[in-house]
Design a protein around this ligand. Structure first.
Ligand code: 5AD
Ligand code: SF4
Length: 483
């Protein structure tokens, strides 16, 4: 599900071994001349942009949206940051490592800015929201700092910088009514698009910075989501990944009968849309209606749930304020499998959270085994400023965090391999993404449950759903033959 390598693709780089909404590589963007039309702005048109994205799929969606807005105004995207007149970093705060990488880059940019005063540097996203003022003080060579709730204003803010407004220009106000993408975003993958259906999070997991960087939950109206989905389908998209931090509570703030399952039904009716996925689920909020709807609409709604347990120990879950116990997690899994037998689970885990004993950690190992996840993301706990857990001792030594990280990852690899091997001989429906990165005579695509599949085939199959018989398995992927 994720891309481990920092890469740059036609002007937009993605990096950071993903997090929440942990995701595949996002990125993009050739310029579509038809869309570079009336809105050209003289201070943006012709700007060569390099956009670097850290973090989760939500960030990738935001990058795609900002790239879409700039593209409409005539900006062009370049592969090499050295060729860019505008460098944008879309940042992530979820763990310390992601922040450090941005700070390192900002230090390195000082010299370039001295040499080329016209070169524009923008920082957007979670770090901008949370650390904007600090960034402005420590890195005065940054021109523009745009928080998570002002992204729709990005082009206008850039114009102000270009008009000579004193910099760094800070835009981190919290607007409750942040707009979502209203243009067709620029995407790397022609057939797959992210679509943010809600922003923010109303939970207060003690380790997590998201409620402070993204603010409270705001859902987007079903009619607007359906309209964006239709635009995407008209643009060639076959698969849509809906994004929300706790997507199960989609629509609660709108009132009425707005729910995730109603949204799925309305999207299901869109002709030409082949596959719908959604992330991330919360074990406390996941409802049985969801699983029965998934099963009923299984021709389009894919049998895959990303539902982070974080820990298998009730004591840790309480300390994390997750709002459920291990047994509740298992109940949700049982209910899901009963109603939707094909379903596969993906999990996130934190090891070495404050106070985690060997016994607590063992409980994570056994939960992982008991559920039988298709895949997991394992993270070492990192204290985040401003979170409730900042007041708890970060008392698990780094060495032990590392060891637990390795053990949980190894266990997941073993489980993934076993589950994938059990698929040998089975026939999977695969949406073909494109040629394999390593061997152009082979194609890659995703199965219904989001498993990566490699198989020999020719380029005319790209964008089609084909049937592939599984012949080999590794922990991270399947290989097979077209039938
Ligand atoms: N330290 C380590 N991992 C974290 N996550 C969130 N906050 C932290 C933190 N402070 C992990 C959780 C979450 C994923 C996006 O990142 O597992 O689901
Ligand atoms: Fe963070 Fe918890 Fe909200 Fe997920 S549910 S974004 S972990 S606060």
């Amino acid at each position: 599900m994720l891309d481990e390598h920092e890469h740059s693709l036609r002007g937009v780089e993605t990096s950071e071994h993903n997090p929440d909404l942990c995701g595949p590589e996002g990125t993009v963007y050739s310029v579509d001349p038809l869309k570079v039309a009336a809105k050209n702005h003289p201070l943006v048109a012709g700007t060569k942009v390099h956009l670097l994205t850290f973090g989760c799929q939500m960030n990738k969606y935001d990058s795609e949206m900002v790239a879409g807005l700039l593209g409409e105004r005539g900006a062009a995207f370049v592969e090499n940051p050295e060729d860019a007149g505008l460098l944008i970093m879309n940042t992530c705060s979820v763990r310390g490592h992601a922040e450090d990488r941005v700070y390192n880059r900002l230090h390195l940019l000082k010299e370039r800015k001295r040499r080329e005063p016209g070169f524009t540097i923008a920082v957007m996203g979670c770090m901008a929201q949370k650390e904007g003022e600090q960034i402005a003080k420590k890195f005065p060579w940054v021109d523009l700092i745009v928080g998570t709730r002002m992204l729709d204003e990005f082009p206008r803010l850039l114009e102000r910088v270009r008009e000579g407004t004193p910099t760094p220009l800070l835009a981190i106000e919290t607007k409750p009514d942040v707009k979502f993408g209203e243009t067709v975003a620029r995407r790397e993958n022609k057939f797959m698009a992210y679509l943010t259906v809600m922003r923010g999070c109303n939970k207060r997991c003690t380790y997590c910075v998201v409620p402070y960087t993204r603010g409270p939950e705001v859902s987007r109206r079903i009619t607007d989501i359906v309209a964006e989905a239709r635009r995407l389908v008209a643009d060639g998209v076959l698969e849509i990944m809906l994004l929300g931090q706790t997507i199960d509570t989609y629509g609660y703030d709108l009132g009425g009968d707005n729910t995730l399952w109603k949204l799925l039904r309305e999207l299901h009716a869109i002709e030409g849309l082949k596959r719908i996925r959604f992330i991330t689920s919360h074990p406390e909020e996941c409802r049985e209606e969801l699983f029965s709807t998934m099963h009923e609409l299984r021709d389009k709604v894919m049998p895959f749930i990303h539902m982070p347990p974080q820990s298998g120990s009730d004591r840790m879950l309480r300390r994390m304020a997750r709002g459920y116990r291990r047994e509740r997690y298992l109940e949700v899994v049982r209910a899901a499998r009963e109603r939707c037998p094909e379903i596969e689970f993906c999990g996130d885990w934190i090891v070495g959270f404050s106070g985690e004993t060997d016994q607590d950690f063992e409980a994570s190992l056994t939960l992982m085994e008991e559920v039988g996840f298709q895949f997991s993301y394992v993270f070492k706990y990192s204290v985040r400023e401003g979170t409730p857990a900042q007041n708890l001792d970060d008392d698990v030594p780094e060495e032990i965090k590392k060891e637990r990280h390795a053990r949980l990852t190894e266990l997941q690899e073993r489980i993934s391999l076993q589950r994938n091997q059990a698929k040998i001989g089975r026939i999977e429906e695969v949406l073909v993404d494109g040629p394999s990165k390593h061997d152009s005579s082979r194609l890659t695509g995703r199965t219904r449950s989001f498993q990566l599949m490699h198989f020999p085939g020719t380029p005319e199959l790209v964008g089609q759903i084909v049937r592939v018989k599984v012949t080999q398995a590794t922990p991270l992927s399947l290989s097979g033959e077209l039938i």
